[in-house]
Design a protein around this ligand. Structure first.
Ligand SMILES: [Mn+2]
Length: 329
């Protein structure tokens, strides 16, 4: 277990003549963006070196990220080949490594580049910066700006956009915005990336969103908003859980609201609960109480019983937190 300095990292990487790059399970924007950015960057700077092998391992890349340069080059199946160096990106622990556990075992050296404060230092060497908005931001810092081409820049930009929620989350710093600006200078089509990979929804997703907003209710003096979706409705639209992505965030930005609750019926009497808070209510505490988990402002749990009981139980906890904060009488 060693820490590597940013200045030395590229040199260290280039000592290896066979390199594998891998991300985490169910790759998100920052994972896909960072893996493809590093792949494109190394492939470009090593062009013409026919002795060197650079392979990329990623689980199924979500459709909306497939326009990124290099996405067709990823190997989905683990191979038995061994590499001089495996670089794992945006992955905090061993159990999150997607397709590459066998590659991990067989590689001579392993390096993890990550920004999760919970990183377990599972790799032989780790470059960890919990202050970075994203793994893409760390990669930008270690790359030579003049050698970042537009392909690499697009991937980096996408990763930063996704992990910062389009520069809204508190992980966004002055430096994050400077980096985004530097990437825009490389010709990144930023409007298209933000619209088509972050905000765009299918017609079905929009219908589900509309339905959930329409069915929502304001409770506890308008401090909490609750919505639910039954199995019947999900089946009617042919919606899968991912089609509800973003619904809870739209509920949360309702004016006056401290917290939002979205309840999805999974099976009869079994509900998946998502909660978001604007800061005053600690939803992680409530989720943990009901056997789930998450962060202070975003958490979830599974609950059983009638919908009515589920809502009442959650609201009791929200109410007592609001009372403690002096927000409801
Ligand atoms: Mn990330």
């Amino acid at each position: 277990m060693t820490e590597i300095r940013m200045e030395d990292i590229l040199q260290e990487i280039l000592k290896a003549s066979s390199i594998a790059i891998a991300g985490h399970v169910r790759p998100d924007g920052d994972c896909v963006g960072s893996c493809l950015a590093l792949y494109n960057y190394l492939t470009t700077i090593c062009e013409g070196e026919d002795f060197r092998v650079i392979d990329l391992y990623l689980e199924d890349i979500p459709e909306k990220f497939k326009f990124l340069p290099g996405s067709d080059r990823s190997l989905k199946e683990p191979s038995n080949r061994s590499y001089d160096l495996l670089i794992v990106l945006d992955c905090a622990s061993m159990d999150r490594i997607g397709v590459a556990p066998s590659v991990m075992e067989q590689s001579l050296q392993t390096l993890c580049i990550d920004h999760h404060v919970s990183n377990t230092h599972f790799a032989r060497a780790t470059l960890l910066d919990p202050g970075a908005s994203s793994t893409c931001e760390i990669l930008f810092e270690m790359m030579d700006y003049d050698r970042i081409d537009r392909n690499t820049a697009e991937c980096l930009y996408l990763g930063i956009v996704h992990d910062t929620g389009v520069f809204r989350h508190s992980c966004t710093t002055q430096r994050t915005l400077e980096i985004a600006g530097a990437l825009v200078e490389k010709g990144v089509p930023f409007s298209r990336i933000i619209d088509e990979t972050f905000y765009q929804k299918t017609y079905l997703q929009n219908q589900i969103l509309g339905r959930c907003l329409l069915e929502s209710i304001m409770v506890l003096d308008g401090r909490v908003i609750v919505s639910s979706i039954s199995r019947k409705i999900q089946e009617f639209y042919g919606a899968c859980p991912a089609d509800l992505d973003g619904v809870i965030d739209q509920l949360r930005v309702t004016k006056g609201v401290e917290a939002a609750i979205l309840i999805r019926e999974e099976e009869s009497q079994t509900y998946k609960v998502s909660m978001r808070s604007n800061g005053m209510i600690n939803v992680s505490k409530i989720a943990v109480y009901f056997g789930g988990g998450g962060h202070v402002q975003a958490a979830g749990c599974t609950m059983e019983g009638s919908l009515h009981d589920v809502i009442n139980n959650l609201l009791l906890h929200m109410e007592s937190q609001l009372q403690a904060a002096g927000q409801v009488s």
